[in-house]
Design a protein around this ligand. Sequence first.
Ligand SMILES: O=c1ccn([C@H]2C[C@H](O)[C@@H](CO)O2)c(=O)[nH]1
Ligand SMILES: [Zn+2]
Length: 296
Amino acid sequence: MQDRFLKSVAKLPEPLATAIVPILNKDFAGHIDAQQLEQLQTASKMELNELLLALLPIAAALARPPISDFHVGAIAKGKSGDIYMGANIELPGEALFHSVHAEQSAISHAWLSGESIIEDIIVNASPCGHCRQFINELVEGAKVNIHLPLQKVEPLSHYLPYAFGPSDLNITEPLLTKQQHTLTLDSNDPMIIEGLDHAGLSYAPYTKTYAAVVLETKDGATYCGRYAENAAFNPSMQPMQMALSTMARHNRDFSEINRAVLIESSKGVISLVGAAMDALHSVAAVELEHIVVEPE
Ligand SMILES: O=c1ccn([C@H]2C[C@H](O)[C@@H](CO)O2)c(=O)[nH]1
Ligand SMILES: [Zn+2]
């Protein structure tokens, strides 16, 4: 089991702790598939909703909050039945808007893993307004069930009545709708090829700035983030933040970043390069490679 989970596992009821230890092996990065979840349910004799709440300390152990020391853990449950953990990240010395909320981290984890509908979000602290908005931007967002430790399960619409969302800007395909934008560049650099794929899957209906970030560590492992825009603009999740959140879930230190690439479409009305550089430089002494690609 990874050391970062020792304290959280110690707090779990014994049968659940015993059953989860093998899952928390060195490769664990916050994903528990439907079959494993069923095994945990059998072993712990817990109702599914009870089990999901019991798993939150594991999700919270993924957090990196050097400013607040407030560890938030969230779980997004996809239509497939798999669950995806996420946690908050704060960037040392940088403006607070660079922070990633646990709910965004869990949602982006599900999205990067190919989920097209998120049915439930489980979180250990009441979701802030920004997260309620982010959830409302998803496919069937108003219907996402919100699970909190001391509250009965309610759909997002209970927590965010009279909501603003993509339809107010005449966007009919919300976040998580399959994207396929063609960005091609003649390159045989594996990091750039990976980045082009992710940029093509990014979600940017308001600016068309399709973008992705790929971070590489010295051992050759790569961690990706795609741009996820919001109709409410400010809660949009930057590709650098999403990539850092992927790295944190994989238990990698940001100082291990060896190479960082931002790919973005030349036809977008904004550029994410300044924001991406600020975020990157707060955690790693690496220059950002900025690659601008002509969409087809
Ligand atoms: O809904 C919320 C509210 C706050 N936080 C994080 C952001 C920041 O890192 C810390 C303090 O606000 O908690 C979340 O992850 N989700
Ligand atoms: Zn929040």
